[in-house]
Design a protein around this ligand. Structure first.
Ligand code: PLP
Length: 435
């Protein structure tokens, strides 16, 4: 039975019909390209009808263990009762005012409590906006234009950062996007992740004109990659030596690899931090924050312009607050670690003897279809993408919803338990058995 007929046996008729209709209204039928599932050889994505805990259900009533978690935010699981309650209460008082609310103060305090490097924080609505704004602030504060990013790290789709980006772009094989003027990226330097020597060379040549080094401390957008011991510390030292700012993009890792993000886990103090995903608890919220003397340069205190109609939106603040409050409970990250370690162990058993590399940092995990090791974008790209696509489709058949790209992290939530882990491992066993 080929994949197409298998899919029919499970029935995806409603998803398929919805996709055809969506394509008449929305480019490619999706509002973010990787959702289309084209790179994994599928004709249409699944339309999701509802989700609860660690499970998503598609429009045809098929249920899957979800390892996507809306690409990271759903660390409590879907439709968490605490989040839903505060959302209902908040919505009843009005959904947007474009004026300050007490919820913004409460979420800002919760963020600062988790991340002591943040003295002031500003909320925005997407990680793209947050990273773009942090880079603008870094450039303004240093009076320098150049920035350094790492190949395969993704910081959203602001023009200056769309150079050798990972995630959807890598999968689609587009090195950078048409429509980004060459002048906009002329000041963006790139280096391979984990290659401190190369960064040192870049800093020797360009340090005096470098505004910041921006990095995903644990990249998730080339698949999960751990920072080599000393790499992040080395970036901190090089920034100090040349007067550039260190910007940690913790959109994925913030409140994920530890409550205080990668900066807590690896003991790094950044100048600026970019946050998103979990900070909005499944609603559109993101933020950037850091040293007070830098953040005070933002309007209205300073001259650096940055704004947003829906920034600090009450519903997004409320969902973020409920999520961060739950995450602050003792034992939370130990629980996540245990479940994630069980998943890793199960996948190692299931794939034993096959050319795979499993990278895991906390509740971020990627199974690469390459003997590895995977330490940067180049090594991530040695993955066999045909095999990944087959693994992805087999996982769906086995009731497991993975990110439809090799270059993504899988996310474990507090709602995942032994039953869900068992299902993911069983689907992997079934796949590797046929290889
Ligand atoms: N930074 C990182 C590390 C991300 O993973 C993402 C999104 O996946 C972004 C920035 C962009 O965030 P958003 O999709 O909310 O614009």
């Amino acid at each position: 039975m080929n994949v197409a007929t298998q899919a029919k046996a499970r029935s995806e008729a409603r998803s398929q019909a919805l996709y055809e209709e969506a394509c008449r209204h929305i480019p490619g039928g999706v509002n973010s390209p990787v959702r289309a599932m084209r790179s994994v050889g599928r004709a249409h994505p699944l339309f999701i009808a509802r989700a609860q805990g660690a499970w998503v259900e598609d429009a045809d009533g098929n249920r899957y263990v979800d390892l996507v978690g809306s690409w990271g935010p759903m660390i409590l699981g879907h439709a968490d009762p605490g989040v839903l309650t505060i959302l209902r209460e908040t919505a009843a008082r009005g959904t947007s005012f474009g004026a300050p609310t007490v919820l913004e103060i409460e979420l800002a305090s919760a963020v600062k409590d988790a991340m002591p490097s943040i003295e002031l924080v500003r909320f925005v609505s997407s990680g793209t906006e947050a990273a773009m704004s942090a880079v603008r602030l870094a450039r303004a504060a240093t009076g320098r234009d150049k920035i350094l990013k790492f190949a395969g790290c993704y910081h959203g789709h602001a023009d200056a950062l769309l150079v050798e980006a990972g995630s959807g772009l890598a999968t689609l094989g587009i090195p950078a996007s048409p429509g980004v003027p060459a002048a906009t990226t002329a000041d963006t330097l790139t280096a391979p992740f984990n290659d401190l020597e190369l960064v040192r060379t870049v800093v020797e040549q360009h340090g005096h004109e470098l505004a910041c080094i921006i990095v995903e401390p644990v990249p998730g957008n080339m698949g999960t990659v751990a920072p080599a011991p000393g790499f992040l510390e080395g970036l901190r030292d090089l920034c100090d030596a040349c007067g550039a700012l260190l910007v940690l993009d913790e959109v994925m890792t913030g409140f994920r690899v530890a409550r205080g993000g990668a900066q807590e886990r690896f003991g790094i103090v950044p100048d600026l931090t970019v946050l998103g995903k979990i900070i909005g608890g499944g609603m559109p919220a993101a933020a950037f924050g850091g040293r007070g003397d830098l953040m005070e340069q933002l309007a209205p205190l300073g001259a650096v312009y940055q704004a947003g109609t829906l920034s600090g939106n009450p519903l997004a603040m409320a969902a973020g607050l409920a999520t961060l409050t739950r995450l602050a409970r003792p034992g939370t990250y130990e629980e996540l670690e245990r479940t994630s370690a069980d998943l890793e162990a199960g996948l190692r058993r299931a794939s034993a003897g096959h050319p795979v590399t499993i990278n895991r940092v906390g509740s971020m995990l990627t199974l690469f279809h390459t003997p590895g090791p995977v330490t940067d974008y180049e090594s991530a790209r040695t993955s066999d993408l045909e095999r990944f696509a087959a693994y992805f489709r087999a996982s769906l058949e086995g009731g497991v919803y993975l990110a439809p790209s090799q270059f993504e992290a899988g996310f474990v939530s507090l709602a995942h338990g032994p039953r869900e882990i068992e299902q993911v491992v069983a689907a992997a066993e079934a796949f590797f058995h046929t290889q």
